[in-house]
Design a binder for this molecule. Sequence first.
Ligand code: 6R9
Length: 688
Amino acid sequence: MATDRLIFQPLQRIQENAHVKSFEEYKTLHTESVQEPSKFWGKIAKQFYWKKEPSAEKFLQYNFDVKEGSISIKWMEDGVTNVCYNMLDRNVKNGLGDKIAFYWEGNDPEDCGKITYKQLLEKVCKFSNVLKSLGVKKGDTVAIYMPMIIELTVAMLACARIGAVHSIVFGGFSSTSLAERLMDGNCHVVITADGVWRGTKLLNLKAIVDGALQICEKTNHKIEKCVVVRHLSPDMEKIVADEAGDSSNNSDDDPIAKRPCRTLELKWRKGRDVWWHELMKNAAPTCEPEWLEAETPLFMLYTSGSTGKPKGVLHTQAGYMLYAATTFKYVFDYHAEDIYWCTADVGWITGHSYVCYGPLANGATSIIFEGVPLYPDPGRFWAIVEKYQVSKFYTAPTAIRTLMKYGDDYVKKYDTTSLKVLGTVGEPINPEAWLWYYNVIGNGQAAISDTFWQTETGGHVLTPLPGAIPLKPGSATFPFFGIMPELLTEDGQIITEANVEGYLVFKQPWPGIMRTVFGNHERFETTYFKKFPGYYCTGDGAKRDEDGYIWVTGRIDDMLNVSGHLLSTAEIESSLIEHPNIAEAAVVARPHDVKGECSYCFVTLCEGAEFNEELTKELIKLVRQKIGPFAQPEFIQEAPGLPKTRSGKIMRRVLRKIAVNDRNLGDVSTMADESVVETLFSLRPKGA
Ligand code: 6R9
């Protein structure tokens, strides 16, 4: 049976207990949420603490149409609250003080820790006082460049408590990228750690920050304070003075030391660099939260992997909080006894909404994982699931495909029967990976939530609800509450026919939508609202099937037009992956004299498989069979590794260059491993 015809009904063991128990119930709630948004979200808002409750009159005010004037979105504008208070104090007051907020699982399986809500509150208050003592005030931006440790959430919540705007930069970006974000965000304080182990690599984070600060200094952007968490043991550090003006340390030095070198050299600039633990020693353990109007900025986060200058996506207080909390509750069907684990780094939006804010808003217990999926071996994820009896798990298709490559034995070694909901996010999940996730990881006993959303949307926008929506592998199914999707043609006509691909857009605002691009409202309007007036444009393509299921096909710029047929690269990829010897595939468009465009495919083989003419023929046949002769790949080349961003997204922009043998790659600062590029150039097929 073709995978797009498979349907999985909600599992009884999940449905029995679920917040939403049937498709009809989902439909009723969804209809209310889009027809009467103020009423729907108004009820939810009552679960939170408000210094001043938002009025019904001002609950939602917006303009979504560039033709009517400037784009503006305001939720609960006259409400006054504090997000940190709602995450911590409210839960402690409700009797959850001794509940574990986070288990911390280190890179080394021997390293672990935990913190209760009460303890977290105290740490956050102390650090709030520290920030104040460093001169940070309401409205200031604070940069955070940290590994996955509990202090990272302490830092973000402390910012939220005092009304400072956090700007988290993923702890894998280079000095140059970090500097760009520090300057764009006008940050004068940065919080980091000495270093961190990622698998067998030791990263000197402080050295990367030093490099960034040097770049800032050269452009006269002053970073007043650099707060450093001592995460490694002191005997791993050699501290040397970094005199002002000394620029001898090259920012492009490779900050990665490999075992067995266990000593990091830490340069220390007196007056600027300060140890976290020293500041915390004398800080007072209570701190009155700053009471903030609902539309005050909460954080900004730069969007990943796109071309050009990164955009600082800005989210505000109450709307974001409501949306992160509500999506978390319904999409993972959260219950008080759950142990929840999202593997995303807090440096990405998934980590913001579903490691920190969403779970804490619900008083959940979750896991913060510092390590990587393959260390010490490909069974690590499942060892952690067994250790903590994880019931709700959230990861990315790229991780699933990577682990799938190593076979089922690493999974079978562990007991994963505690799992009830398996989430996925980041890119379209191909049906093969979906089925492996469902059958092997979930033992056919866990629901899959394929969650489509973006940094810009703040939380899930298309997603199944575990007890209510029958699943189709590869489809993010239906809109979440408050979301009104449409599919539009290039010239803005609404598509009503089934299985016709178009632009995925949303018709009205939901509480979690971004409010602006930091410092550039015009860019916000141009990027998301100009192409189709009256709609927020995601930039992704999608189609609806006969049953109304939405299938996101990938970024619209990943479409190819072969002889007038619009094809999505994701569709071809998922056909290629069906071949037993293919572990991963990436397809890009390449200009073609006759057809306009043709497809150029990069395939990563499974262990032990061989790339040869026979395989190429089989793959061509497979795509012809799966999609149609017009979709037949023009070029197929072997790809031992694919260029990916540090968050695991395939950089198709780079692949498009390789496909046409153009070495002018543009900005590759977000690429995780640049060495794969040379290999790919060397493996280009003859005649390409
Ligand atoms: C949360 C996150 C957003 C882009 C988005 C789309 C792709 C994310 C997806 C998905 C298909 C899913 N994407 N989830 N595509 N199915 N379930 O990833 O945010 O880093 O901003 O990326 O990721 O292309 O437009 P962000």
